[in-house]
Design a protein around this ligand. Structure first.
Ligand code: URA
Length: 223
């Protein structure tokens, strides 16, 4: 960057900080100054009132994802359901409550401290499976979210997230519990919480998968 432009930017920042100080503001929240927050905010702005696929016609809200963009842990689900479509927030319905329990009661991490996203940002009508053309249009947003957040580990919830992140087409029953990788980031595939609502026996397997994630993070953090 040319020296002149750099000096101008520094001047502008100093002027802004001086004004804030004058107004009695001593600290700025991370969302205002951290490049990870602003990159994510810009990505959301780029998405706008997305109409890149047909789901733009039927959805109520875009569900961009939420949580801590600086988190070491990211969960990726399939697509918003009815509750998410109405609220604009991921995993807030029955499956979401189960996921929240896994995170908060099982992993002992406050939900707001992880990042939760989805393969699709809009609800497919009647909660049908995502169509290939919808995934094709939408995947770039998830890929860029992951590129910005760069978590240490991703949990792929269900086959759609696992296939997008790890490739292939194997059933989730075969994939779960075995580490994969997305752009160098370890991915743990497991059953989708919605599956657990009707298949209680899968809970033990999910918990085993989650324990692998916890062990991985513990090892990483003790280095
Ligand atoms: N199921 C998902 O896959 N994602 C959500 O956000 C909610 C339910």
């Amino acid at each position: 960057m040319p020296q002149k432009r750099l000096t101008r930017i520094i001047d502008q920042v100093q002027t802004r900080l001086a004004l804030l100080k004058e107004m009695g503001i001593a600290e700025l929240p991370a969302e205002k100054v951290d490049p990870v927050y602003s990159a994510l905010r810009k990505l959301r702005e780029e998405m706008g009132d997305c109409r890149r696929c047909e789901l733009g016609k039927t959805r109520t809200c875009i569900v961009f994802g939420e949580g801590d963009p600086k988190s070491e842990l990211m969960f990726v689900g399939e697509a918003p359901g009815e509750d998410e479509d109405l609220s604009g927030k991921p995993f807030v319905g029955a499956a979401g409550r189960l996921l929240t329990d896994i995170i908060e009661l099982g992993m002992k991490i406050p939900r707001r401290k992880v990042f939760i996203g989805n393969v699709l940002k809009c609800r497919p009508p009647e909660n049908r499976d995502p169509l290939p053309e919808e995934v094709k249009e939408c995947r770039v947003f998830l890929e860029r979210q992951i590129g910005i957040i760069r978590p240490r580990v991703i949990v792929a919830l269900g086959k759609h997230a696992a296939h997008l992140l790890m490739g292939g087409n194997d059933p989730i029953s075969r994939l779960r519990g075995n580490w994969g990788e997305f752009q160098g980031i370890p991915v743990m595939p497991t059953y989708h919480p919605a599956y657990l609502l009707y298949n209680s026996s899968g809970k033990r397997e999910v918990w085993n998968d989650i324990k692998q994630v916890l062990q991985f993070l513990e090892k990483e953090n003790s280095r």
